[in-house]
Design a protein around this ligand. Structure first.
Ligand code: ADP
Ligand code: MG
Length: 525
């Protein structure tokens, strides 16, 4: 049968050839970021189209910045981005796990095992692992939680920097946590400041914006009052663009301007009517009303971004309105404190209301450092949220993966047929984390893995992982190398998902030309 006309300009690869190419692409990607895993992982220098540079150790940042075109590589990047969204960490691990699952699958395919048998075996493995996970979970206390956040920053920055970022993140998350422990991380604002040391980064209760009231004659600090937020301005109309006037005498223009001023003042009167004492808007505030606002005791802020106005609205229970004229009493919110403070020579506006909020001021000596500090906060806040919401942790340093692999091998023995081989391949694959952690620390990966497995078996402990400073197996609880269970769980689920999806593709249709496969280190396949 001839090909349908729709496929005329299409390059097609199918069956084993398609699978091989796809697996190659996926593995090339995981090879590319392998060297960044763990505390001894190296950094990548990224350069974009415009020559801007970024030094980072963060898997998802590397992948999202790289211009990868291969559709399968994109699937891997999506898995990493999903991991970032759901668990905020473990992005490199997810891609490495998926790469290894696919490599092991390819070895089985070469032995004549069908991809769908492997997919079934992988799915069974995933389910079994999720059942086993509660057996290796530990409950956390304050000290453990701090260690968990520090572990998530492994390889980023130095010890005292990790220490500060960990405590600041946990404190911020606790400030916004509801009584049922649920956390909305968007209630935490992160502002970065160049100058000063990373260790000077701090968290403040409430919302803090790098803003000053429009006149220093306005009240500096107000308590318990009403706030109005406007997604517009308090300005005169621009005569030249908005209106066409036929000016026939000097008096007309002047009376027009007076009318305009009157309208401005009326808007302020409307605020007074609502009992408003703090006013903030996205656009400008006309100089003509500045004195009037000061006189009537309104503290005013202009050019506040829409996202900041939205945050203010949530903190104060206000509704963002389009104009003052259109506002009603119901749109007005309540603040507990609205004050201007100066920190290290910079002006800030601090607002506290009944809605929870926290602001982190992240510091660093250069723009590059502040950028990396911000990304660290991103990660550590995500991890802190999981800890405050759930609090369940597992051992890092590859210990949990080995513990799960040991259980999986015992389980494999109970599964008849070829799926058993797939389950064993899955168990081998998840041990990759220990191997790569060792590899990146310049330690022999195979003997390290064997040592860790032997030590877990001999001591019947799930807590033995790799101590990268000595290269020896060690108890991870003792070393404080711990992770939220959600990270490992999501990394395994995400990696399995993408590996199975790739195994299921047996036909690839490319419009016009064949996509380039990213470079793969030689003699890998
Ligand atoms: P990911 O993007 O997957 O989070 P990371 O580069 O952050 O990658 O590395 C995380 C891995 O490093 C985890 O498996 C974690 O347990 C491990 N790890 C972190 N700190 C240490 C340490 N001090 N010793 C051994 N393993 C560590
Ligand atoms: Mg990490």
């Amino acid at each position: 049968m001839s090909e349908a006309p729709i496929l005329k300009d299409t390059t097609r690869s199918s069956g084993r050839e398609a699978l091989q190419k796809n697996i190659q692409a996926a593995m090339a990607l995981s090879e590319a970021i392998r060297s960044t895993l763990g505390p001894k992982g190296l950094d990548k220098l990224l350069i974009d189209d415009e020559g801007r540079t970024l030094v980072t150790n963060d898997g998802v940042t590397v992948l999202e910045t790289a211009k990868v075109e291969h559709p399968v590589a994109k699937m891997m990047i999506n898995a990493s981005s999903t991991q970032d969204r759901i668990a905020k960490d473990g992005t490199t691990s997810t891609v490495i796990l998926a790469g290894e699952l696919l490599q092991n699958a390819w070895q089985l395919i070469l032995q004549g095992i069908h991809p769908s048998t492997i997919a079934r075996g992988y799915r069974k493995s995933e389910q079994y692992i999720l059942e086993c996970l509660p057996q290796i979970i530990l409950e956390s206390d304050e000290e453990i939680r701090k260690n968990v956040v520090k572990t998530s920053l492994a390889g980023k920055g130095y010890n005292s920097m990790q220490e500060v970022i960990a405590s600041v993140s946990l404190e911020a998350v606790k400030m916004v946590a509801e009584t049922n422990h649920s956390v909305d991380v968007s209630k935490i604002k992160l502002i970065s400041q160049t100058g000063g040391k990373v260790e000077d980064s701090r968290v403040f209760r409430g919302l803090m914006l790098p803003k000053k009231r429009i006149s220093s004659e306005m009240e500096k600090e107000l308590v318990n009052g009403k706030i109005l937020l406007v997604d517009g301005g308090l300005e005169k109309k621009n005569v030249s663009t908005d209106l066409k006037l036929n000016v026939t005498s000097v008096g007309i223009l002047e009376s027009f301007r007076q009318e305009e001023r009157k309208l401005l003042f009326e808007q302020v009167d409307k605020m007074i009517e609502h009992g408003v004492t703090v006013f903030a808007c996205r656009e400008s505030i006309d100089d003509d009303v500045k004195n009037y606002l000061t006189k009537v005791g309104i503290q005013a802020f202009r050019r506040v971004s829409r996202s900041d106005l939205n945050m203010l609205a949530r903190v104060c229970g206000a509704r963002l309105v389009n104009s003052i004229q259109a506002s009603s009493k119901n749109d007005v919110g309540d603040y507990n404190i609205s004050k201007n403070v100066t920190i290290d020579g910079k002006d800030f506006w601090v607002v506290e209301g009944n809605g929870r909020a926290a602001t982190i001021v992240a510091k660093g000596s250069t723009v590059d450092i502040v950028g990396e500090v911000e990304r660290c906060f991103d990660d550590s806040l995500g991890v802190s949220v999981q800890l405050v919401e759930d609090g369940m942790v597992v051992c890092g340093g590859g210990a949990s993966y080995v513990a799960l692999a040991r259980r999986l091998r015992r389980y494999a023995e109970t599964i008849p047929g070829r799926e058993q081989l797939a389950i064993e391949a899955y168990a081998d694959a998840i041990e990759v984390i220990v191997r790569v952690l060792a590899e990146n620390a310049g330690i022999d990966p195979i003997s390290t893995l064997l040592d860790v497995v032997a030590e877990q078996t001999n001591t019947d402990s799930d807590q033995i992982g790799i101590d990268l400073t000595t290269g020896k197996p060690e108890n991870m609880v003792k070393l404080g190398i711990l992770e939220p269970q959600g990270i490992i769980k999501q990394a395994l689920v995400g990696a399995t998902e993408v590996a199975i999806s790739i195994l299921r593709i047996d036909d690839v249709l490319w419009a016009k030309q064949e996509m380039a496969i990213p470079d793969l280190p030689e003699d890998d396949m």
